[in-house]
Design a protein around this ligand. Structure first.
Ligand code: ADP
Ligand code: MG
Length: 301
């Protein structure tokens, strides 16, 4: 189990993180979400042992994770980290990058394992391609496969699918996260993309103002976001009478006590997002068709 206890850290005298507490069980998938600059990457780097803590303690099982002040070489065998800026060997092929740290004394094992990982990240057609000739998203997939090569007990992923196009994203997420579950590998995913979280994370931590302001399953946080910052992660929402109401929870009806004037309709795939003026404020309504600008609509929620 990973334990993060009362963690505090700043790059200078200003704290980036303060009083951060959470645990991760074996095989658990934990998502850390937060706005850009909220400290997600910093938290992953601290867990990896890249910096010395200001205060607090990080433990994996009985091992205390220590920073560079105490460790000559950063990192531990049981933990792998895929950074936002991944560093691969550019002049080497995809399969050599992935197999780099596997023992060359067992060439058959090494080959089998490398090919398995290449399949998981869907790069079989590029096995012999030099990394420098890959796109950003393909490089990101090589970095993920390489981190998995030596079977870590815990994997830290920083925005792992951010460079990968939408055509591939969903199947890759399913491949990678089900591989981790099947092998009981814990993982912590820092992300601002809800699709990395919904359907995969056992628990979601919301990082805001240096600390964790919400911690629950994605389902519970979605159903009861409590704070606008949490709701905004999921979808378009409104605050009406200090209640958080998602756009899809508002219905346009023939008559009601609530009237709004349509400002704009945005096509949103399976629905339209209607922006309308209500009490001189914009509200957002999810609707099955577009509505004319200036049209009067009644709604309920
Ligand atoms: P996130 O990953 O959530 O976008 P980061 O952890 O990268 O956030 O950054 C958190 C804060 O720490 C930001 O204000 C950022 O500017 C600052 N920061 C990040 N890295 C460094 C660094 N190496 N030196 C100084 N400040 C940093
Ligand atoms: Mg980051």
């Amino acid at each position: 189990m990973l334990q993060v206890k009362n963690l505090q850290f700043g790059y200078n005298k200003n704290h980036v993180l303060d009083k951060v507490n959470f645990t991760v069980n074996p095989g658990e998938n934990i998502a850390i979400i937060g706005e850009s600059g909220s400290g997600k990457s910093t938290l992953l780097k601290l867990i990896f042992g890249e910096y010395d803590l200001g205060h607090g303690q990080i433990l994996w099982k009985d091992t205390e994770i220590l920073g560079p002040k105490y460790n000559l070489v950063v990192g531990y065998d049981f933990m792998k980290y895929v950074a936002q800026e991944f560093d691969l060997m550019p002049y080497t092929t995809v399969e050599d990058n992935i197999g780099k740290h596997l023992s060359r004394f067992y060439p058959e094992e090494k080959e089998k394992r490398t090919q398995e990982l290449i399949r998981i990240v869907e790069l079989s057609d590029f096995a012999k391609t030099k990394v420098k000739n890959l796109s950003g998203g393909q490089k990101q997939r090589v970095a993920i496969a390489r981190a998995l090569a030596k079977e870590p007990e815990i994997l830290l992923l920083d925005e792992p699918f951010s460079h990968i196009d939408n055509f591939k994203k969903q199947s890759l997420r399913r491949n990678v996260f089900s591989y981790l579950k099947a092998n009981n590998i814990s993982c912590i995913v820092a992300t601002h993309d809800k699709n990395d979280v919904l359907g995969f994370a056992d628990e979601m931590l919301v990082l805001h103002k240096k600390t964790i302001i919400a911690k629950d399953t994605p389902q519970n946080l979605y159903k009861n976001p409590k704070l606008p910052i949490v709701a905004s992660f999921f979808e378009e929402f409104n605050v009406i009478d200090s209640q958080i109401i998602y756009a899809h929870q508002i219905k346009v009806v023939n008559h009601s006590g609530l009237k709004a004037i349509v400002k704009q309709s945005y096509f949103n795939g399976d629905s339209w997002l209607i922006e309308a003026l209500f009490n001189e404020q914009s509200i957002f309504i999810s609707h099955n068709s577009s509505l004319a600008k200036g049209e009067k609509v009644y709604f309920t929620f």
